[in-house]
Design a binder for this molecule. Structure first.
Ligand code: AMP
Ligand code: GLY
Length: 431
């Protein structure tokens, strides 16, 4: 592929959440940046990037826009366009992109694929069986041990995983996924897997198809309410690093999980370039993979990226060009905590359109960040426009200080129906 070589790049970010705002913040600090663009972006991103109203799944329009703006590198944030093949479309048009091609993004796009890959290459994960037929799945459940985990094969907005405590719940789950098609075609196949217990850790890595570089660990809080109660959400807060992810665990994972995954994908003719997000469970039998994602996690990116010392465009360019072996990643020796400010009622029903006050308090403060997720600019100022509205991140010399700082900063912001968990990062007290 022929691409222009320039000293400084025009960069386009695709996406509109807190993850993309955190990416935009990192890219905006790069020495290699000429001009930053984002589609569709949000109110926060538009402060540091030129945004255009093009949706992440409008591939033709994105390619057109990238050509028109002479984009040197497009960074694709969310799972849907990656799994749908946006990187392939950009490359076909002679444009450089950071992210896996369609044949590699399947690592996230199909749980049946990723489970088979792990089985074939001996990568530690929960025992599983895959079913295309509801009757077979129901028959299997009769002799299975409870609790058990049901996973719709395809993308289901992070909601396609059901943890079932009883046989009745599991039977009902199969009916919902495979017969009622609660998650659409994502439920044409189902993975039934062993229930694991332990601490969860999210580890993000950069990959260039053969080399892998591991970022600092993080932990997400997925449930809506304090004490890990309530419904699953896209994530109510994160902290980084995880004190439970020790050096020994890291060494084990590099040798038995991370590198074997990258090698397996290359061997299957699906070299992975981009970010592999390893969702791990630290079980008493050692770390096991719960899931792969083919992108940065959200809100994981909101605590990991502010701590990264490298120039992100240099790292991404090395991934695209297969030169990641020339890069070593460096992280600040501190901690970060992100508290998500949501709208009351999320993840179910909630209202939008409430003015947000206090955003200016973050201006000029070095270790405090406010990442926009669901916001909109109007004539009345910036208003709420989603379930997860903002991610407030603060750094500190250790996790406790970062947590105190994050909650202090979360109080600078005010809007009607504001809701956040009060125990993000509390688990660190047990470490
Ligand atoms: P996922 O959408 O694959 O991230 O799964 C959502 C959540 O379900 C994970 O973050 C875990 O908390 C839980 N989970 C997934 N697989 C298992 C498993 N095999 N055992 C226990 N919990 C699981
Ligand atoms: N925070 C989990 C995810 O991004 O899927």
């Amino acid at each position: 592929m022929e691409t222009r070589k320039r000293e400084k790049y025009n960069v386009l970010i695709v996406g509109s959440g807190g993850r993309e705002h955190a990416l935009a913040m990192s890219v905006s600090k790069s020495r290699k940046l000429r001009k930053l663009y984002c589609v569709p972006g949000n109110a926060g991103i538009s402060e540091i990037a030129e945004c255009a109203d093009i949706k992440a799944m409008e591939f033709d329009r994105i390619v057109e826009y990238a050509k028109e703006k002479e984009i040197d590198l497009t960074i694709v944030g969310p799972d849907d366009p990656l799994v749908g093949g946006l990187v392939d479309e950009l490359e076909k048009a002679g444009l450089k992109a950071f992210g896996p091609k369609k044949n590699a993004a399947i690592l996230e796009g199909s749980k049946a694929f990723s489970k088979e890959l792990m089985k074939k290459y001996g990568i530690p994960t929960a025992e599983h069986e895959t079913f295309d037929d509801a009757a077979d799945a129901l028959k299997y459940l009769d002799s299975a041990k409870m609790p058990i985990v049901l996973k719709a094969d395809g993308l289901a907005l992070g909601k396609g995983v059901l943890i079932c405590n009883t046989l009745d719940e599991a039977r009902n789950g199969i009916k919902e996924i495979m017969l009622d098609k609660k998650f659409g075609t994502a439920g044409n196949r189902v993975v039934i897997e062993e229930f694991l217990t332990g601490r969860e850790v999210s580890v993000l890595t950069f990959c260039d198809g053969k080399t892998i570089r591991v970022m600092s660990s993080a932990q997400d809080h997925k449930r809506a309410l304090d004490g890990d109660q309530g419904l699953n959400t896209g994530g109510m807060g994160t902290f980084s690093p995880s004190p439970f992810y020790t050096k020994e665990i890291d060494e084990f994972c590099r040798e038995k999980i991370y590198l074997p995954t990258v090698k397996a994908m290359a061997e299957e003719g699906r070299p992975f370039k981009g970010v592999i997000f390893f969702g791990l469970m630290l079980t008493k039998d050692g770390p096991k993979v719960l899931e792969y994602n083919a992108r940065f996690g959200d809100p994981e990116a909101q605590v990991v990226l502010p701590r990264m010392k490298n120039d992100i465009l240099e790292v991404m360019e090395a991934c695209v060009e297969g030169k990641l072996d020339e890069i070593s990643l460096e992280f600040e020796d501190n901690a970060a905590v992100c508290v998500v400010l949501a709208s009351k009622g999320y993840p179910q029903k909630y209202d939008r359109g409430f003015p947000i006050r206090g955003l200016e308090a973050f201006q000029g403060k070095r270790s405090y960040y406010v990442f926009h997720a669901g916001t909109r600019k109007t004539s009345k100022g910036i208003v709420t426009n989603g379930g997860r509205v903002l991610g407030v991140t603060a750094k500190g010399s250790d996790l406790k200080k970062a947590r105190a700082n994050a909650y202090k900063a979360a109080a600078w912001i005010d809007f009607d129906n504001k809701y956040c968990r009060s125990d993000i990062g509390k688990a660190i007290d047990e470490a």
